[in-house]
Write a protein that binds this ligand. Structure first.
Ligand SMILES: Nc1ncnc2c1ncn2[C@@H]1O[C@H](COP(=O)(O)OP(=O)(O)O)[C@@H](O)[C@H]1O
Ligand SMILES: Cc1cn([C@H]2C[C@H](O)[C@@H](COP(=O)(O)O)O2)c(=O)[nH]c1=O
Length: 219
């Protein structure tokens, strides 16, 4: 009979006997690169295998507590307000949650990002966060900085958003009346459509020069 005593220290989780930790994954890219689409797809794929999840967002462009993507998909979500304690919310949810989908994560507070990391480590909840890296001044959002610091894995989305010149665009310019803005509030909810305040994804050269191209709307 073989001696099984050497196996007694192997944790019981999983087929292999090895423990698989929950993860904090952060997916980022400029406006219009498909972050909300991927958030909705991720939720769909996990939910259809019976995992229990919750979808969170903040300041979706629809104006409501929803995740909406320009490709036409949408789904209900919980709105994250500044004083929401995400950790207490998730710990108090029964049956227990397997995962969280966090869209527009750049708008969460730094404390809320830390709560997401704590939920991964202490409650074994997988967290999939989606958001912008930088604001209209090309500076990291505070929550994004914390995600870069804490996430287990960070992914730049692969769908290229092109600058008007054809180069890949990574910087989110805010424009008003056809002029690039370099000062103002960090948070101004708007779209890449033709509203008076809008956003336009530019390559670094054209962000720096402020050249919005000939297709920029004239007001
Ligand atoms: N009519 C369309 N046909 C194909 N793809 C589209 C269409 N409209 C939007 N999209 C895709 O949707 C993307 C925007 O997705 P969205 O989830 O709203 O982006 P983000 O959340 O990053 O701002 C576009 O980059 C484009 O790839
Ligand atoms: C660059 C930048 C963006 N915003 C706002 C504009 C939109 O409402 C969202 C981003 O939406 P998306 O799903 O990534 O398209 O963020 C902002 O408030 N401040 C900024 O500097």
């Amino acid at each position: 009979m073989s001696d099984l005593s050497a196996l007694s220290s192997v944790p019981p989780a999983g087929v292999s006997g090895l423990h698989r930790d929950a993860v904090l994954k952060f997916f980022y890219g400029p406006m219009d690169c498909g972050k909300s689409t991927l958030a909705l797809q991720t939720n769909y794929n996990h939910a259809r295998q019976g995992r229990k999840g919750m979808v969170l967002t903040k300041h979706d462009r629809s104006g409501g507590p929803r995740v909406t993507s320009r490709i036409g998909l949408g789904g209900d979500a919980l709105e994250v307000v500044d004083d929401l304690d995400i950790e207490t919310l998730v710990r108090g949810t029964m049956p227990r949650l397997d995962y969280l989908i966090c869209d527009e994560a750049q708008f969460y507070t730094v404390r809320q990002i830390e709560q997401l990391a704590d939920l991964v480590d202490d409650c074994d909840v997988d967290v999939y966060a989606f958001g912008l890296a930088s604001d209209f001044k090309s500076e990291l959002f505070p929550a994004t900085r914390r995600l870069f610091e804490l996430a287990d894995e960070v992914f730049r989305l692969q769908v290229e958003v092109l600058c008007w010149c054809g180069r890949p665009g990574q910087l989110n310019a805010r424009t008003t009346g056809g002029e690039l803005q370099r000062a103002g509030e960090q948070v101004v909810i708007a779209d890449t459509d033709e509203a008076p305040v809008r956003y336009q994804v530019l390559c670094r050269r054209h962000y720096r020069s402020g050249d919005l191209g000939s297709k920029a709307p004239l007001y």
